[in-house]
Design a protein around this ligand. Structure first.
Ligand SMILES: Nc1nc2c(c(=O)[nH]1)N[C@H]1C(S)=C(S)[C@@H](COP(=O)(O)O)O[C@H]1N2
Ligand SMILES: [Mo]
Length: 421
């Protein structure tokens, strides 16, 4: 414990500075020690202490010095403006919640400009009572709030390529974000419509120009499916599905239909374009998997990572994120020797099912080149595999559901590179 001494003006400043310098000397994580801090008086007042600051604002924005923290690798398909994706800059963030303005985006035909007073949700098909909901009506139903990640099936898809990408963590793996979603349990509305209890499927359709639509098992619809209206406390952002989206915790991104306009209860999957021509997983043996719902256990070291290197030997904290669409993260292990030995990383609380879990581990870098890896295990016992085993099992033709172990090479100059190791 620091001993506080009073200085002449009654403030414990000098004693604090002395103590602070002593602490930095003992276990410094890179802070510059202040020579002669004990003898120095209080620092000069910076300019921002010399006049009153700015006034209030109606809607806040990040500090101007953080303007470089932006969605990254924004790319549209040739000939389109809105058919593409943007990615979360994972390496610039710390915390389990992704700020809404940095949530990744994936649109098949741009962001529709929906007037909520003109938008309706129809529930029909194998129901006794077809129902049409205005957004105003939906807002009157009881709501629940849940913290969950959303991950595009195509996240980390470039990792199927024969050589590792020369990209940042977010540019490669940033099609995952995590929010608090608040909305109406879908079960309530299906019960009100008196859906046939023997109907095993629903179809969900969006109100965008792509009319994105997917078949969802009734069991999931009746379990934890949400009609999300709020994201991180405020109404959904247009790019994330305003005014209402289907949210299916843990399921591949594309099933979480945005701008939801229709749910049809049915006896079979509808076999839409989005589940036949797209979102099937071609395997090494030439067969394709269909209806692959949950995103499997995965983890990623975000610091250090490409672009966030090390400045000389010394003590560092390795930190990152882990998640699983099948449950909670039970364990994250980190290797600082390319996978020869592994140590347990600390998981930050709360550890929630189907949410991003943060992990951290202190590491003393000796200045020699090495390879860092993380390996997550979820509470079903599923564990990430090394890349060569993963590719041997799934082939390299696939685009979706890549969840092998990622490797960062730390070079002697402290730079970090994506490697296959
Ligand atoms: N209506 C509609 N829903 C959609 C899409 C779309 O293009 N249209 N894209 C899907 C895909 S592929 C993903 S990964 C997620 C992305 O959600 P986000 O943009 O909120 O991150 O929405 C899904 N829902
Ligand atoms: Mo996606």
């Amino acid at each position: 414990m620091a001993r506080w001494k009073r200085s002449s003006d009654g403030l414990p400043r000098r004693a604090f500075l002395k103590q602070g310098v002593a602490l930095l000397g003992a276990g410094g994580l890179g802070a510059a020690s202040v020579a002669g801090a004990e003898a120095a008086g209080p620092p000069d007042s910076p300019p921002w202490m010399k006049s009153p600051g700015a006034g209030m604002s109606e809607y806040g924005s990040p500090a101007k010095h953080e303007a470089h923290v932006k969605r990254t690798a924004i790319a549209s398909r040739p000939g389109t403006t809105g058919s593409g994706a943007s990615r979360t800059p994972l390496e610039a963030l710390d915390g389990m919640i992704t700020p809404s303005g940095l949530h990744f985006e994936r649109h098949h035909s741009g962001v529709p400009d929906i007037d909520p007073s003109q938008h309706c949700l129809l529930i029909h098909g194998m129901v006794r009572r077809p129902l049409l909901f205005t957004v105003e009506a939906l807002m009157r139903y009881p709501r629940v709030s849940r913290i969950h990640f959303l991950e595009c099936a195509g996240n980390s898809g470039v990792m199927y390529n024969p050589s590792p990408p020369n990209l940042t963590a977010g540019q490669t793996h940033g099609l995952v974000s995590c929010s608090e979603w608040t909305g109406v349990p879908l079960r309530l509305l299906l019960e009100e419509a008196d859906a046939d209890p023997n109907a095993p499927w629903i179809l969900a359709e969006g109100a965008d120009a792509a009319a994105m639509s997917r078949s969802v098992p009734m069991a999931k619809a009746m379990d934890d499916a949400l009609l999300a209206l709020f994201q991180n406390g405020e109404r959904l952002r247009p790019e994330n599905g305003y005014p209402v989206r289907l949210f299916l915790p843990g399921y591949e991104g594309n099933m979480n239909v945005k701008w939801l306009r229709r749910i049809k209860v049915s006896s079979t999957p509808t076999m839409t374009k989005d589940e036949t021509s797209r979102y099937t997983d071609l395997q090494g043996d030439g067969k394709a998997l269909m209806f692959t719902y949950p995103m499997e256990v995965k983890s990623l070291i975000t610091r250090p990572s490409p672009g966030i290197g090390l400045s000389g030997p010394g003590l560092y904290e390795i930190s990152g994120i882990a998640w699983s669409g099948n449950g909670s993260i039970a364990r994250v292990e980190v290797s600082t020797d390319g996978g020869k030995t592994w140590g347990a990383a600390a998981r930050a609380t709360p550890v929630l099912p189907r949410a991003i879990t943060l992990f951290r581990m202190p590491w003393k870098w000796d200045g020699r080149p090495t390879v860092l890896k993380s390996r997550a295990t979820d509470d079903t016992g599923a564990v990430q595999q090394e890349r060569d085993r993963f590719i041997a099992e799934h082939g390299a033709n696939a685009i979706f559901h890549y969840n092998a172990i990622h490797a960062w090479a730390v070079q002697a100059n402290g730079e970090v590179k994506h490697v296959y190791a």
